[in-house]
Write a protein that binds this ligand. Structure first.
Ligand code: URP
Ligand code: ZN
Ligand code: ZN
Ligand code: ZN
Length: 484
């Protein structure tokens, strides 16, 4: 059965035009005037855009003694409700667990997804087994991005030697390394000191992770990537210090991409000063929310192109889970939700304020990441032949965000009470209508895994570091006898 989206204005990363879109067999089959289909979706007054791609989620992830509470069912239901049609989740081996073993767990969990998904693989420890399995992950499993945690000391953190080895392996395989950039050693020391001084509340979480720890780690990761000859993707960039490092690297011709989160763009550090413990703890995530100066930096980066993609890092914990950290902020599970709210919040605070154009909105919510992760134009495009992952966006539709009406399984929403203007009228996942006039009508298990190939076009850092320092042995005539 074919579906035609009529009377809308197509908005992509690089053009705006009035045309109908005909969808059949899960694909876009025709774009043009006066198209007919078996079923018609009226897009009058709406923008027809590529569905959002969230490059950073943690669904049902074992973390800090518990599991994040949204799974692939509720997580992708939230995603589609907010206009996001693909998520990229992190397969996370526990230390000593093999990559393929962890991947099996993620394969099992993801069968319930309502929309398409892909995975990044996390490198949480280093060994010959990990080195070998990386090849299978890339070449047989179609996962071409590897995440490294520079924080969470004693749990997920990798050291510089491990990171360098893994980055070099990524270079050989044509894969892209990702980093969570915070100096985990300094964070651990600041946490220890704060607790010793009796600072055990959620506000201390922010004190233990100042912008400097993020700036330092971002610079370090960029230099290590350069030495390994790979591009680099920096997740959850929250501050000017990290953004500045990325901007400078890009100016020098390095392929470094930065990903701010919708939470850091729209919520600030005053959340941690809230007198209610639960309110503050629910907003504990790493890096923490920052002040206006940092928020402005992130918005400017999106507009100017020095930052590339807006994500959520959706890692949702209930209030009960957050309370594991009463009396010790280091035990509050780190993470916040946002899957349903990313597009409406970015539209409202970006397009609605004039900080972003609608085309830039599409670029940073969908197209840029599809290109970086090498699934463009199957995803992130409104083109004949592309998957019909589409959102029919009503710029006049308003709502007030509330946990009472959200899809996420948790009992609160960090954006509670915020009014958004700009919401999906329809969301389509591979041609299937999953949101109809704002109502969720998706199908559990409809989502498919999106396999990706190494991206030859981007798998190169432009630095000449390797050539400049290629070891050249000096022939010498006089070599003194050894010893004293
Ligand atoms: O606090 C956060 N960001 N939790 C999720 C895991 C991570 O660091 O991305
Ligand atoms: Zn992280
Ligand atoms: Zn994350
Ligand atoms: Zn289906």
């Amino acid at each position: 059965m074919s579906t035609v989206i009529k009377n809308g204005t197509i908005v992509t990363a690089d053009l705006t035009c009035k045309a109908d879109v005909l969808v059949d067999g899960g694909k876009i089959v025709e774009i043009g005037p006066d198209l007919k289909g078996d079923e018609t979706l009226d897009a009058t007054g709406c923008y027809v855009m590529p569905g959002g791609i969230d490059p950073h989620t943690h669904l049902e992830m074992p973390f800090m003694g518990t599991y994040s509470s949204d799974d692939f069912e509720s997580g992708t239901r939230a995603a589609l409700s907010g206009g996001t049609t693909m998520v990229v989740d992190f397969a996370l081996p526990s230390p000593e667990q093999g990559l393929l073993d962890a991947l099996q767990m993620w394969d099992n969990k993801s069968t319930r997804a309502h929309c398409d998904y892909s995975f990044h693989m996390a490198i949480t420890w280093w060994s010959e087994q990990v080195f070998n399995e990386m090849q299978t992950v890339v070449q047989e499993r179609g996962i071409t991005s590897f995440k490294h945690f520079m924080a969470y000391k004693g749990a997920l953190m990798v050291n510089d030697d491990e990171m360098y080895a893994s980055f070099k392996r990524c270079s050989e395989l044509g894969a892209i390394p990702l980093v969570h950039a915070e100096n985990g050693d300094v964070v651990a020391e600041l946490q220890r000191k704060l607790l010793e001084e009796g600072n055990n509340g959620p506000e201390a979480h922010a004190y233990s992770r100042p912008p400097e720890v993020e700036g330092e780690a971002t610079n370090r990761a960029i230099m290590i990537a350069d030495m390994a000859g790979v591009p680099l993707y920096v997740v959850h960039v929250s501050c000017e210090e990290a953004h500045e490092a990325i901007r400078r690297a890009r100016m020098l011709g390095k392929r470094v991409w930065g990903e701010p989160l919708i939470q850091h763009l729209t919520l600030d550090e005053s959340e941690y000063a809230h007198p209610d413990w639960d309110h503050a703890a629910r907003r504990v995530m790493s890096p923490p929310f920052r002040n206006q100066k940092h928020q402005d930096s992130l918005w400017n980066g999106l507009a100017s192109g020095s930052l590339s993609c807006v994500a959520t890092d959706h890692c949702a914990f209930t209030t009960e889970q957050k309370r594991y950290g009463v009396g010790d902020f280091t035990k509050i599970p780190n993470g916040t939700g946002g899957l349903e709210d990313r597009l409406p919040m970015l539209w409202t605070h970006g397009v609605g304020t004039g900080r972003l154009t609608p085309n830039e909105f599409v670029a940073v919510t969908s197209t840029n990441i599809a290109k970086i992760l090498n699934c463009y134009p199957r995803k992130g495009a409104v083109l004949v032949g592309a998957d019909a992952d589409l959102v029919v966006w009503d710029p006049e539709k308003e709502k007030t965000i509330s946990a009472a009406s959200q899809q996420s399984a948790i009992d609160y929403n960090v954006f509670e009470g915020k009014t958004v203007k700009g919401l999906p009228r329809f969301t389509l996942t591979r041609g299937r209508v999953a949101v109809n006039d704002g109502e969720f009508v998706g199908q559990e298990g409809h989502g498919e895994f999106v396999r990706r190939e190494p991206n030859g076009a981007v798998n190169k850092a432009l630095s000449s570091w390797k050539e400049l320092t290629a070891p050249r042995k000096v022939e010498r005539t006089g070599i003194p006898a050894s010893g004293v």
